[in-house]
Design a protein around this ligand. Structure first.
Ligand SMILES: Nc1ncnc2c1ncn2[C@@H]1O[C@H](COP(=O)(O)OP(=O)(O)OP(=O)(O)O)[C@@H](O)[C@H]1O
Ligand SMILES: [Mg+2]
Length: 234
């Protein structure tokens, strides 16, 4: 349902994506792996139609509709949500304010604030706390919750495990499994190879702006040479 084909993205004249292609099917969890600076966030930002980077070649289709030419708001209305790298919460807004400032794109029967509080009881307890009063794990829950309240069919998660303690990474994996079971498709950018293969159906590896490998998540651990070359996993 999401299909990225031969994507070329630029920051000014800097050519960062060199023909990246991938797809995510309905209800599928797909991991996008790759070392620092390989273009993972650039790909995610291209899909969300942020002002930067600019896409000069290729296509991004969602349910057979071209997204290039749309604005970020239009992309969200098509039920694609983002959990950005670094969370990007508002220090002065409360948990509840973060969750009620966006309008759902789907019907009211889908993901609601109440349902977000069901999967993250901790957020319900802290609903009156401000962004700058939350722990790292709570911030991550809120970043995921804020994506859910637009009632998405696809969530793009950009390194959600970054900076989390191992026990929180485990909880995040459980959340991803839960969201998949609820029917959501997820494109998960990860540097943590073990976390990615624990939850993903399929994986892509990115290297300097291109997707250089695609396989079932289960098959990746056996690819020792690839893992060492592209991910530094030994
Ligand atoms: N706003 C920007 N302006 C100019 N160049 C940028 C900008 N953002 C990223 N780049 C460059 O584009 C390349 C890809 O960066 P990107 O953020 O997509 O990598 P990444 O794979 O997400 O890395 P990380 O794992 O560290 O988040 C890098 O060389 C980076 O320096
Ligand atoms: Mg990144």
């Amino acid at each position: 349902m999401l299909q990225v084909s031969d994507l070329h993205s630029y920051y000014g004249d800097a050519h960062v994506l060199h023909g990246a292609s991938l797809r995510v099917a309905d209800g599928e969890v797909v991991a996008l792996l790759g070392r620092n600076g390989m273009g993972k966030t650039t790909l995610i930002r291209s899909i969300m139609r942020f002002e930067q980077p600019t896409v000069r070649q290729g296509s991004i289709t969602w349910r057979d509709e071209e997204l290039i030419g749309l604005l970020p708001y239009d992309v969200a209305r098509r039920r694609i949500a983002l959990v950005p790298q670094g969370r990007r919460l508002f220090a002065s807004l409360t948990v509840l304010e973060h969750l009620t400032m966006v309008k759902p794109a789907g019907d009211a029967k889908g993901w609601t604030v109440e349902r977000v509080f069901e999967i993250f009881p901790r957020l319900a307890e802290r609903r009156r706390h401000r962004g700058d009063q939350l722990s790292g794990g709570e911030r991550q829950m809120l970043a995921v919750g804020r994506a859910l309240v637009i009632d998405p069919e696809l969530i793009l998660m950009d390194e959600p495990s970054e900076g989390l303690a191992p026990v929180m990474v485990q909880q995040l994996e459980d959340t991803i499994v839960q969201l998949k079971a609820a029917g959501l498709a997820i494109l998960l950018v990860e540097q943590n190879f073990y976390s990615a293969i624990a939850v993903a159906d399929r994986v892509y590896i990115m290297e300097t702006g291109k997707v250089v490998h695609e396989s079932a998540a289960n098959d990746l651990p056996a690819e020792q040479e690839l893992l060492t070359r592209y991910l530094g996993v030994r």
